[in-house]
Design a protein around this ligand. Structure first.
Ligand code: NDP
Length: 274
């Protein structure tokens, strides 16, 4: 049976084995999906051990996405743009690296949440790995404008410069949180890790336009801190990142197996569990 796994540290909490088992059952693929806990200084050795014992591919999670990017011998354009790899596929001597996080985000927004991005004013909060991986897929959806805002303004500015050539007709801007004062957005995406520490980014009031969606890449039981504050600040719609997790997994599944699973029932069953 073909073997796959999610590799990270920590990794025991990962929902990926559940998601991929559901995809495999749904599509009739004979495969098994495990977790691999790699030592913080032992990512490459853990990948090689998995591969040498017949492993066909890996999902890569915190904190190894940059190391996976460096390890890949061939990378997709979206992995190059993100500078990070969350999916490895092994084919002979080739280690193919892809990044499905941004595509998963856009698919969740547009398909699951029925929130088309074309012509919208989008605010992306954060300038870490998740934000970087989201920029090109977001631009590809044709928003009117994309503002990247970060607590440390210089990192947001650097991302804007990095991606300027991909912006096309979209107005691409960046800066610190104070630079957002007086602006309004249709979609606000929290790609900071603030929710992990039960904190929320310190944003000016009045950012949510009529009908705006507040989206937190983080997920957990019930509303995240970001979602709770967004509701108080006037967001009309709220969503967490569970749909993004399922959609990025589906995209990885497609990279490995060439089949696109139906994510709807899998997302629904995960929601019922949490
Ligand atoms: P990084 O560590 O790379 O980046 C962290 C970012 O958060 C930085 O921009 C940092 O700002 C900002 N930040 C941290 N704390 C605060 C705070 N209190 N207030 C404001 N900004 C803050 O993390 P990642 O980009 O890898 O991950 C970000 C989030 O996305 C995580 O919650 C992660 O769980 C989630 N995620 C979800 C996925 C999904 O499938 N749903 C997939 C990938 C990520 P500064 O530069 O100023 O330090």
């Amino acid at each position: 049976m073909d073997r796959y796994a999610v590799i990270g540290n920590p990794v025991a909490h990962s929902k990926s084995p559940l998601i991929h088992a559901a995809f495999a059952a749904q599509t009739g693929q004979a495969m098994q999906y495990e977790t691999v806990l790699a030592p913080l200084d032992g990512f490459v050795a853990a990948v090689e051990a998995f591969r040498s014992t017949g492993g066909r591919g890996l999902n890569v999670t915190v904190p190894f996405k940059l190391e996976a990017h460096a390890l890949a011998t061939r990378r997709s354009p979206r992995a190059e743009a993100a500078g990070a790899v969350n999916t490895l596929a092994f084919d002979g001597d080739t280690l193919f690296g892809d990044n499905t996080d941004g595509a998963g985000l856009v698919r969740d927004l547009e398909h699951n949440l029925d929130c088309p991005l074309a012509g919208r004013r989008v605010l992306l909060l954060g300038a870490g790995g998740a934000s970087r991986g989201a920029v090109v897929p977001l631009l590809g959806a044709g928003p009117r404008s994309l503002f990247i805002a970060n607590r440390s303004a210089d990192k947001a500015d650097a991302l804007v410069e990095h991606f300027r050539a991909c912006a096309g007709a979209c107005l691409l801007e960046g800066g610190g949180f104070p630079a957002l004062a007086g602006r309004a957005f249709d979609v606000i995406i929290n790609a900071t890790s603030a929710s992990l520490g039960n904190a929320v980014p310190d944003l000016p009031a009045g950012l949510y336009a009529d009908g705006a969606l507040a989206y937190d890449m983080m997920y957990g039981q019930g509303d995240t801190p970001f979602m709770r504050v967004a509701r108080e600040r006037g967001a009309s719609r709220l969503a967490d990142g569970l749909g993004m997790l399922v959609e990025q997994a589906a995209e990885s599944f497609f990279v490995w197996r060439g089949i696109r699973p139906d994510t709807g029932p899998v997302l629904q069953s995960l929601r019922q569990r949490s």
